[in-house]
Design a protein around this ligand. Structure first.
Ligand code: AMP
Ligand code: ZN
Length: 489
């Protein structure tokens, strides 16, 4: 790969030349999911964005250590250290052990990412696997005088820290504004200042997830795990830290403060934040009930989804927007992407059968330069995709005889189209899975038609038999005013 890579650094709010600390090695840390429920399409967008970034770094010749954590303790319902632990709460609701919840949703997260062809990270550490290190970092921050213990909990002293360090640099917030903007929440009385955040929380008697510590039994605060695991696996200073935009404050701001306090080093050289996926113009969010699950799209679950979409068409839809822009999902936009994606796949097939000519009417090298330049310009996948459509135009031209490519150019085009489509954008050929889905859809439609005619004849036995047998096979059917719909359980 040639060319220099420029990255929009959220810390400096400028595009900067990417210069890794120890080339060709690159250390990248991305905040992973809190595994208490299924990831929604918004979460998936963020993981696909960083998958694209990871893939481009690899394609550029870097040896990347990609660390993405699993949050399996410490993330409370309210980001201000309040409420029940999200995992404990879910365990209570589902009547499972917290670790069963963690395993269940970690498995489901891996499955989803695999379906959407995201490469696994090099290391996937868990918060519960690093309790000892989290206690050590808490001790280090206490020793620096930048944290205090109250009644078995330890809080980071933001005001004290801010005397010497710029708290708020990442999110662009000023500490005085932050203080005046915080509400006095119930249960926050232990804190000297509402901006302070927990490094370690004392476990109440009913709290299940608890570990012994020098301050009594408790559990780590949410922000601490990422400081601990990034510095453990990537060093006290590393190249890239990523996550969704909504994590800038307080999570990433607190991470910077913890690392600076414990290690006297500003940890991250390039902060990258993915922008939000929105639904009806509002951030997709589970807690707001404003979300679509990946499988809703794969199976075409009504009422939000009109028909099944293939995983690669959805991935393509996501990559058609730059990771730094918001993206609103609608069925119309998705259908348009699906159509465009099919054209691209079709052209890839035709490319394989093209015969070379004596001369080239198109400069493949210049085109390839543009493709590289797009990705080197802050991983600009929409511009890369536009370039791929430029290649589609030429491929179609070669087919109808209005263009031709000599052997060398044709082979280079084939190689580079493979590189950009499959290795960089991660759009793997998927006839097999989408074919199976179409078959399933056809079979269920047939069964629903048979059931409808049974019901018209008042043959309830047959109608119920079909419903019950489908349910046993994991397919739920629902009769509504607008007819019968189905979804996979
Ligand atoms: P969580 O499990 O809530 O910590 O979220 C996992 C990742 O998904 C984080 O990086 C979030 O920033 C990201 N995320 C959450 N909601 C959205 C959204 N609507 N669009 C894009 N990314 C999101
Ligand atoms: Zn994190």
């Amino acid at each position: 790969m040639t060319g220099k890579l420029y990255i929009h650094n959220s810390l400096t709010r400028t595009k900067q030349l990417f210069e890794p600390l120890n080339p060709p090695f690159v250390g990248m840390y991305v905040c992973g999911p809190t595994v208490y429920n299924e990831v929604h399409l918004g979460n998936l967008r963020t993981f696909i964005s960083f998958d694209l970034i990871y893939r481009w770094l690899i394609a550029s010749g870097y040896k990347v250590r990609y660390v993405r954590n699993i949050t399996d303790v410490g993330h409370l319902e309210n980001d201000a250290d309040q409420g029940e632990d999200k995992i404990s709460k879910r365990a209570r609701l589902e009547q499972l052990e917290p670790m069963e919840i963690v395993q269940k949703y970690t498995n489901s997260f891996h499955q989803v990412l695999d379906i959407f062809n995201c490469l696994p990270p090099s290391i996937e550490p868990t918060a519960t696997g690093h309790i000892v290190e989290q206690i050590e970092m808490t001790k280090a921050i206490l020793a620096k005088g930048l944290a205090y213990e109250v009644n078995g909990s330890v809080y980071f002293d933001v005001k004290k820290y801010a005397e010497k360090h710029p708290y708020g640099i990442l999110s662009g917030r000023n500490i005085d504004e932050l203080i005046s903007g915080t509400r006095d929440l119930e249960g926050q009385e232990e804190k000297r200042n509402p901006l302070d955040f927990a490094l370690w929380k004392k476990a109440s008697p009913e709290h299940i997830m608890r570990w012994p510590s020098p301050w009594g039994e408790g559990f780590p605060g949410w922000h601490l795990e990422c400081s601990v695991m990034s510095s453990k696996y990537l060093g006290t200073k590393f190249d890239i830290h990523g996550g969704g935009m909504d994590l800038k404050f307080p999570h990433h701001e607190c991470e910077i403060a913890q690392n600076c306090a414990a290690n006297d080093e500003d940890p991250v050289r390039y902060w990258i934040h993915g922008n939000m996926l929105t639904l009806n113009g509002k951030k997709m969010s589970k807690s707001e009930g404003n979300f679509i699950l990946p499988r809703d799209l794969l199976y075409g679950t009504p009422p939000l989804v009109d028909k099944p979409y293939s995983a690669m068409a959805i991935r393509f839809f996501i990559l058609q927007a730059h990771y730094g822009s918001t993206l609103d999902i609608s069925m119309d936009a998705l259908a348009a992407s699906e159509k465009a994606y099919r054209r691209l796949v079709q052209a890839m097939k035709e490319l394989n059968n093209l015969k070379s000519g004596n001369i080239s009417t198109w400069d493949v090298n210049a085109w390839n330069f543009e493709c590289e330049a797009a990705m080197n310009d802050d991983f600009n996948s929409p511009v890369l995709i536009a370039q791929l459509f430029e290649a589609v135009r030429v491929i179609n031209g070669c087919k109808d005889g209005s263009q031709q490519l000599d052997e060398l150019s044709l082979n280079f085009l084939k190689k580079q189209m493979h590189l950009y489509m499959i290795d960089v954008l991660g759009l793997k050929p998927e006839e097999e899975t989408s074919g199976k889905l179409n078959q399933l859809e056809a079979v269920i439609k047939l069964l629903l038609d048979i059931r409808k005619s049974a019901r018209d004849r008042k043959d309830w036995a047959t109608s119920d038999l079909i419903r019950d047998e489908l349910l046993k096979a994991g397919i739920i059917i629902k009769d509504g005013k607008e007819g019968t719909t189905w979804e996979i359980n």
